[in-house]
Design a protein around this ligand. Structure first.
Ligand SMILES: [Cu+2]
Length: 533
């Protein structure tokens, strides 16, 4: 693995927006006038990379329940090390759920509770968060609610005291720590959608996800099933994530402590985020999928730590296919929205229909990232292999249960800045000028209250609220963008932008979080407590 020199992107991403503001005192607006297109720096792989569109697209296996009695689906997942062939002929050690990356998919029905018993067989503590789940606080995966592995020594934990910027977890009196395993209960009383589960450990979320701790969970209901959308093998989950590979085949990551035990953080060039030079979809590099000449439902998740994408689907003869969005992070839109280009920030999901019926049999449709360059411009491809009948449809009305909160419903308006700053003598990423502290009270809201939040960013920050979905009201005083439609749980703040969101804090009382989902930012302070009382 070797680092690129200070590329223009890097200079803009951190030396520009951050360094200029912090070091030379240049005003934020002047620094941000440069509008860095990428927040982060890219690692280069040290092994030969395969040509694109050769490896078949894997579909993560669906996890079988251990039991379905008593109205609850029970699952068991072991978190363990595994050696996986991601690049052809190369073994890559990973941290996994059930030995695979992505982990197995959990298929659920709306309002049918699921309990997952996670067993930690990894060498470090873990925490599971179901992203997008409406989950009681005890199962939401608060970053200090650790599951300790066998033999995790108190001594090792104490060594961390005061030795680095992290180790907050050891000072959180409210943390509920368990040994070896933990039951996470998900009522799933929520709109059907694509969720994902991933590690959320204090200070070490980014490297843990990078090493493989991510999987999908799909919630369905009868109303959605009845719409006639493409289904079965014409419904594809697509978990997009970038990675880089070291010379020995392992995943490269610029961790200050490669054991991920004590000292959190990454080396200086990567403070704004870690990007890889290999684009994986469902854990395969630039895969290809043989498709019918028919409609497909693509359930896209950006599981990258820091990489943004602007996806477009292009035929071999240069024609762009429509991406018809039917759903957002938190389920179906009211009506379809047609995109030619779809921006997707870390942790966002888009539910999209693509129609291959007009594509010549035997030809190819490439999904490309307009923000990438060179190898990172390609994402995956579909080879349209055969004619087929297609009984699917895209109804003009998809749902009628989206919340219609109005500004006048809001009992409060809050402002939060998401900016670079100083944290314990080093670089940090701050919300409202403060780095995360589990022991501090940041936001207290009443159960059932509607609030408007105004979020302001310096560089790119995908902001995620736990527990609740929200709607985007405006972007820098202008109407939301077409891809802001529907109910979201993650909103992509662009450099210099101010975004207003509205939500009702309902479901459960307890201690939750909101944070940036650039995973490196999140580990370097960019989280805050959200207490619902
Ligand atoms: Cu951020």
């Amino acid at each position: 693995m070797r680092e690129r020199g200070m590329t223009r992107r890097q200079v803009l991403g951190i030396g520009g927006a951050l360094g200029l503001m912090a070091a030379t005192g240049l005003s934020a607006s002047a620094a941000l006038a440069r509008r860095p297109s990428i927040t982060g720096a890219e690692l280069r792989s040290a092994v030969p990379l395969p040509p694109p569109f050769q490896v078949p697209l894997p579909i993560p296996s669906v996890l079988a329940p251990v039991s379905t009695s008593g109205g609850v689906d029970r699952y068991a997942i072991s978190q363990r090390e595994a050696s996986v062939e991601i690049l052809p002929g190369v073994r890559t050690p990973l941290w996994t759920y059930e030995g695979t990356f992505p982990g197995p998919t959990i298929e659920s029905r709306r309002s049918r509770p699921v309990t997952v018993t996670h067993r930690n067989e990894l060498p470090v503590p873990t925490v599971v968060h179901l992203h997008g789940g409406r989950t009681p606080a005890a199962s939401d995966g608060y970053p200090t609610d650790l599951v300790l592995p066998e033999g995790w020594q108190e001594a090792a934990m104490h060594m961390g005291h005061g030795s680095g910027p992290g180790m907050h977890g050891m000072h959180d009196p409210l943390a509920v720590v368990t040994k070896l395993k933990r039951d996470y209960t998900f009522p799933l009383d929520q709109r059907p959608t694509l969720l994902w589960y991933h590690d959320h450990r204090m200070d070490f979320t980014a490297p843990a996800i990078w090493r493989g701790l991510a999987g999908l969970q799909i919630v369905r209901d009868d109303a959605e099933d009845a719409l006639g959308l493409p289904a079965g093998r014409r419904e594809l989950p697509l978990m997009i994530a970038d990675r880089a590979f070291a010379a020995d085949g392992s995943l490269a990551y610029p961790a200050l402590d490669p054991t991920l035990r004590e000292r959190p953080g990454v080396t200086d060039p990567y403070l704004a985020g870690v990007l890889g030079d290999v684009i994986l979809v469902n854990g395969a590099p630039w895969p290809v999928h043989e498709a019918d000449a028919a409609r497909y439902r693509l359930r896209i998740l950006n599981a990258s730590n820091a990489r943004h994408y602007e996806l477009e689907a292009v035929t071999d003869d240069g024609r762009r296919l429509d991406l018809v969005q039917i759903g957002a992070d938190q389920g179906l839109l009211a009506a379809p929205v047609t995109h030619r280009v779809l921006p997707i920030a870390p942790a966002e999901r888009y539910d999209v229909i693509i129609d291959f019926s007009g594509v010549a049999i035997g030809s190819r449709v490439r999904v490309v990232n307009r923000l990438g360059s060179g190898r990172t411009r390609d994402v995956m491809a579909f080879r349209v292999a055969r004619n087929a009948t297609d009984g699917s449809r895209i109804p003009r009305t998809l749902s009628d249960d989206l919340p219609a909160w109005r500004r006048s419903d809001a009992v409060r308006v809050r402002d939060f800045s998401f900016r670079a700053g100083r944290m314990r003598g080093g670089h940090g990423w701050l919300i409202g000028g403060l780095p995360f502290d589990p022991a501090r009270s940041d936001v207290t809201v009443g159960l059932g209250d509607v609030e408007v939040w105004r979020l302001v960013a310096d560089v790119h920050h995908p902001v995620h609220l736990h527990l609740v979905g929200f709607r985007v009201l405006s972007r820098s005083g202008r109407p939301p963008l077409p891809h802001d439609a529907g109910l979201k749980d993650t909103v992509s703040l662009r450099p210099g932008e101010s975004v207003e969101i509205i939500t009702r804090f309902d479901g459960y009382r307890g201690r939750y979080l909101f944070h940036c989902h650039n995973a490196e930012h999140e580990d370097m302070g960019m989280m805050a407590n959200l207490e619902i009382i």
